[in-house]
Design a binder for this molecule. Sequence first.
Ligand SMILES: [Zn+2]
Length: 458
Amino acid sequence: MTAFRLRIFACTLLLAAGVSSSALSQQIIRKDIKISQAASSISVQNISATIDTLVSFTTRHNLSTRNGKDFGIGSAASFLFNSLERYSKSSVSRCYAERVKFLAGGKGTRLGREISLENIVFTIEGTNKSDDRVIALLAHYDSRSFDNNDSLIFAPGANDNGSGVSALMEIARILAKTPLPVTVKLMFLSGEEHGLLGAAHMAAVARKDNWNLTAVMNNDMIGNSRSSATEISNNTKLRVFSENIPVFETDQMKKERIFNSAENDSKSRQLARYIKEIGERYVDNLEVKLIYRNDRFGRGGDHTPFTKEGFTAVRLCEYHENYDRTHQVVEVVDGLEMGDVKKGVDLEYVRKNAAVNLTSVMNLAMAPDMPENVKIDIAGLSSSTKISWKAPEKGAKPAGYYVLIRETDKSNWERKIFVTSTTFDIDISKDNYLFAVQSVDSDGHESLAVYATGGAQR
Ligand SMILES: [Zn+2]
């Protein structure tokens, strides 16, 4: 974009910012053709074929055989690894698949004994070597039936979590041909059904090896569109779960959160809002619903070991669940079909949810890194607000920044104002609004938002 066009763009947004949010009838949205094309190349046929293959292994129970040719969790791992190897051989991006083995369980654990499990990790290396950010997508590939100790019974796991795995496999295929500036890791995890074991291993590796892991998106059950009992059919809503008060919060973080009224502005929540904005920008007939809790009551997911290590992580999950199909024996009871078979998976819904992942990852990877040290000046009493920040140290330099504004009782950012400087003044009171700042490049790819704070109370 030329400097002139950028100026016009800035003026338009600033004019829009001058009116009250309820009067904002138009919003500027710029779509990147490369992201749109990538999203439209997601194939329902490929999603369907991946689920068929996973189901064909009868079970992917964590205690099932690792050596079967076409039965058990080992055959599923080999299928994923071999498919990813094939993608990497015909790739344009620099990418590779790994089998990450780890020991899990032991006496007194849910597994009952110590076993070796493996995660399959596909890495698409970023092209900008001065930007070490990593974005991770997760999907567990193990499955279970009603009895979580039964490693032989048919446990197709078509939706839980064939849906998430098939979405990530499509994203792997597409990103292998689509180089991005930032590294993306697609993690196919085992051990989920016995305590999030594969995710815990990867989160520990990321922490130990000091990855600059800026966003983690866990996909677990993203294909069911019909609720049990209430029989609601709807494939136009996707849930994104995010923690409010970080489970990894130090005393100092707690003080800052309270002083800045940041209980609804954790980093994971900024990521959730980002997925909503980008997903809805690119994917039609889909509303991303922000669920302001880490996960569902009494149930967990693979994003949680990452939040426990202090990473920014969320869970994407279908809006309606079907409890006749989840973790049930495949059988007909009083005319009701039970069990997690492929018939219960809405392939078009998986396609849309895969597209939310792909477009969010691409937009984030093409954006500059986040601004640093985003501060509100709280030194004096005034009816206006002054915010300042620093350009990101690593990676591409931003063309400018978006200042995000919302009223304190609103869920989503309401105004998005483009500026080229690293300071921002506005004649509204800092006490009546919440603020954040995103970096943006000349094509409009924006970074995650950094919540503006007034520091900590002394
Ligand atoms: Zn699951």
